[in-house]
Design a protein around this ligand. Structure first.
Ligand code: GDP
Length: 455
């Protein structure tokens, strides 16, 4: 009780397809059928942070809005198994493609579609008692998530004010998976234009997910469905303590306060454990210490970079399932003893801890083996700058020749926006380097896991 509501906003193809995985899982966890019917009386009303009752109780519907510039992806939802879960007014589509062009999504498609999207969001918001924030899902390499998504982010800040916490999951461009050459343009422009709107942004790199599928889960040729199910599981672990009553939850606001030392340094790593393939048919029982250890492995990261080459500024660990608090302390001691685990000297080596007693639930036919506990580790580490460097290099290669720039100028962008975007992201890389240059906390500071606050 008293947790306040969160509205999820899914934009563009990737954003909407991730919605499928995400809400399928939420429904399984809360005992909600595909038509929105609640099959068991929940023990408390925490689930109302993400769902609301419809006029036909005990049916519920997600607090969400989906937006796409063209109809095909959302039409699949309108006709699919979950068609009765989502209120039709929350599914917003245009008739035209954004053509994988940030400028088109940002300028051309924006006006009418943006108004409809914002009206839908406002209607959902009006039904909340104390709306606390937004969770936005979009890819930044295409045109809709990047362009229209940026407009929506700007509008959220304008209309709802800075009191709301806006957290986003950004699908990062992946050249070996996506055939779109201009992804680096779209991604840098979107990041530049929306940097000040988001409080916390998680980068999800499809290539990292591909590696997890291929190397860890024995899925050699993964589809978006496979990737999205991993994302779904991560998001579910991330939001579990908001949706279920539990020992200690970390609110969105607390997350931001604990993770983000400077407004721009808001791109933490998000890791998940356990990643056990379904082919390991026996039930996997992993100790809290093993789980925590795995959560700090590079193979469990949603984006490629090496935290051992950087420094940590902050960590938040969100556990779910039957977790013994004293085991957490032992696990954290182990992590801190690792040589490669370096904290900046100005930050107490503290871990903010959340625990939800609700264990993970696994999708039938999915790639992950069932386990009785899981952990999402969120850490602000300076090595994330590598992900931005990679993107700037690709951007520069195209931009040196002004290749494809006319597509953007033709849709109302100015050439100056390109150099501004590139400079801004270079500055971001520099900002991270500056943090990295601060000293390391060598003494093992007594930990500060404030796991005493509830709600
Ligand atoms: P938009 O609709 O114009 O925003 O375009 P997309 O959402 O398709 O964005 C393109 C980027 O998203 C590319 O990097 C794709 O690889 C990626 N992408 C598209 N669909 C999915 C999906 O369902 N899941 C994931 N993880 N990535 C996707």
């Amino acid at each position: 009780a008293g947790k306040g509501e969160i509205i999820q906003i899914h934009i563009g193809q990737a954003g909407v397809q991730i919605a499928n995985a995400c809400w399928e899982l939420y429904c399984l966890e809360h005992g909600i059928l595909a038509n929105g019917r609640l099959i068991q009386k929940p023990c408390d009303d925490s689930f109302l942070t993400f769902f609301e009752f419809t006029s036909q109780q005990p049916c519920v519907q997600p607090r969400l809005v989906m937006v796409d510039t063209e109809p095909t992806v959302i039409d699949e939802i309108r006709t699919g198994a979950y068609r009765n879960l989502f209120h039709p007014d929350t599914l917003i589509t245009g008739k035209d493609d954004s053509g994988s062009n940030f400028a088109r999504g940002y300028n051309l498609m924006a006006s009418e579609l943006l108004d409809r999207a914002m009206n839908a969001i406002r209607r959902v918001a009006d039904r909340c008692r104390s709306l606390r924030g937004f969770l936005v899902f979009r890819a930044i390499g295409g045109g809709t998530g990047s362009g229209l998504g940026t407009r929506i982010m700007e509008k959220l800040v304008e209309d709802f004010g800075k009191k709301m916490t806006i957290i986003e999951f950004l699908v990062y461009p992946s050249p070996s998976i996506s055939p779109v050459i201009v992804e680096p343009y779209n991604a840098l422009l979107a990041t530049h234009f929306s940097m000040d709107c988001a409080d916390v942004s998680f980068i999800v790199d499809n290539e990292a997910l591909y590696d997890i599928c291929a190397n860890t889960l024995n899925v050699p040729a993964p589809t978006y469905t496979n990737l999205n199910r991993i994302i779904g599981q991560v998001v579910s672990g991330f939001t579990a303590s908001q949706r279920f009553a539990g020992q200690s939850s970390v609110s969105f606001q607390e997350l931001q306060t604990n993770l983000v030392p400077y407004p721009r340094i808001h791109y933490p790593l998000i890791n998940y454990a356990p990643l056990v393939p379904i082919t390991h048919s026996q039930f996997v029982d992993m100790s809290t210490a093993q789980l925590t250890g795995q959560c700090f492995q590079m193979s469990n990261q949603m984006v490629r970079c090496n935290p051992a080459h950087g420094k940590y500024m902050s960590c938040v660990l969100l556990y779910r399932g039957d977790i013994a608090p004293n085991e957490i302390n032992t696990a954290l001691e182990n992590i801190k003893r690792t040589k490669s685990f370096r904290f900046v000297n100005w930050s107490p080596t503290g871990f903010k801890i959340g625990v939800s007693s609700m264990p993970p639930v696994y999708v039938p036919g999915g790639d992950l083996a069932p386990t009785n506990r899981a952990c999402v580790a969120i850490s602000n580490n300076t090595n994330i700058r590598i992900a931005w460097c990679r993107l700037v290099n690709k951007f520069d290669k195209l931009y040196q020749r002004r290749a494809f720039v006319y597509h953007y100028v033709g849709e109302g962008l100015e050439e100056g926006n390109f150099s501004e975007a590139s400079e801004n992201i270079c500055q971001l890389v520099h900002d991270y380097l500056e943090v990295d240059a601060s000293g390391t906390n060598s003494q093992r500071a007594s930990e500060q896991d404030d796991d005493d606050d509830d709600g």
